[in-house]
Design a protein around this ligand. Structure first.
Ligand SMILES: Cc1cc2nc3c(=O)[nH]c(=O)nc-3n(C[C@H](O)[C@H](O)[C@H](O)COP(=O)(O)OP(=O)(O)OC[C@H]3O[C@@H](n4cnc5c(N)ncnc54)[C@H](O)[C@@H]3O)c2cc1C
Length: 261
């Protein structure tokens, strides 16, 4: 398998650095081909701006989506963006690895998503009609590929449990797993989360490595999170609300899971 690890931590000697190195070695030892986008090491430029297109703004001033669309369609994207898109096309499986910072991904990784997920590549794709609303949420450029988050948190597992104060981890990660990964078509595997990282010692680190190794060994076979696909009849189009007869009276993130999948 071709596996891309997009990795966001500033310090190679961190826990994240050690887990990333372990993943690369483990996957290569199993015969996979691995590429790593080490965003801090690459000095990845996070902010979207007019330099993301080699062409002048298409309108009177810079417009993030329209200039992204024009640059993508005309092959005039900044080369760093095009290189990362090529890696995504190459990959069968994509792993995003990061420490949870303020309940989300580090800004440098968000900036990778913002810039690499160009208009016409990851969004704004496909027919918009009464039957379909673009190729997204289960369809799109990443269809047939798998993705998984590897996340570390300072908070304890109980803090992220169903009644935990931080909110359930599935809810905290929903905007990334459903919004960033399912949206352009990835099958999203359950995340690998390391909680309470301040309580790490050699024995626990060995257990974490072993658990991560098992998840890496089953990347191709683990059942994805059963997110509903947008254009398969569960949602009314173009309102894009779940049909009344599905999960009647319920709301919240969990209604977008289809237990029958
Ligand atoms: C800006 C910011 C925002 C944050 N927001 C949140 C938040 O919203 N929610 C939340 O839960 N947490 C939050 N945190 C905490 C953060 O998620 C954790 O600090 C982070 O996940 C720890 O990962 P690390 O790679 O930086 O670990 P490190 O600090 O590098 O290491 C953690 C522990 O692992 C040990 N360790 C490292 N490498 C090894 C090794 N090779 N072998 C054995 N042990 C090792 C270290 O000694 C240390 O004890 C935040 C932190 C910051 C800085």
């Amino acid at each position: 398998m071709n596996i891309l690890i997009v990795y966001a931590h500033p310090e190679p000697h961190s826990l994240n650095g050690a887990l990333k190195d372990f993943s690369v070695q483990h996957l290569q030892a199993q015969g996979h081909t691995v590429q790593v986008s080490d965003l801090y090491a690459m000095d990845w430029k996070a902010p979207i701006d007019a330099t993301d297109s080699l062409a002048a703004p298409v309108g009177p001033h810079f417009h993030p989506s329209l200039d992204s669309k024009h640059a993508y369609a005309n092959g005039v994207q900044s080369p760093d963006i095009a290189r990362e898109q090529d890696k995504l096309r190459w990959a069968d499986t994509v792993i995003l690895q990061f420490p949870l910072w303020w309940f989300s991904m580090p800004a440098i990784l968000k900036g990778w998503i913002d810039r690499v997920y160009a208009y016409g590549f990851a969004y704004g794709v496909g027919e918009h009609s009464d039957q379909r609303w673009g190729e997204r949420y289960g369809q799109g450029a990443m269809s047939g590929k798998r993705a998984m988050l590897v996340v570390t948190t300072g908070g304890w597992e109980s803090h992220y449990s169903p009644r935990g104060i931080n909110g359930p981890i599935d809810d905290v990660l929903f905007p990334i797993q459903h919004g960033v990964l399912h949206y352009p078509g990835f099958d999203v595997l359950p995340p690998f989360v390391v909680y309470r990282t301040s309580r790490m010692d050699e024995a626990r680190f060995a257990d974490v490595r072993s658990a991560l190794g098992q998840r890496l060994d089953t990347l191709a076979t683990t059942a994805p999170i059963p997110y509903r696909k947008q254009n398969m009849g569960d949602y009314m189009i173009p309102a894009l609300t779940l049909r009344d007869e599905i999960a009647p009276g319920q709301s919240g993130y969990a209604v977008h899971l289809d237990a029958s999948q």
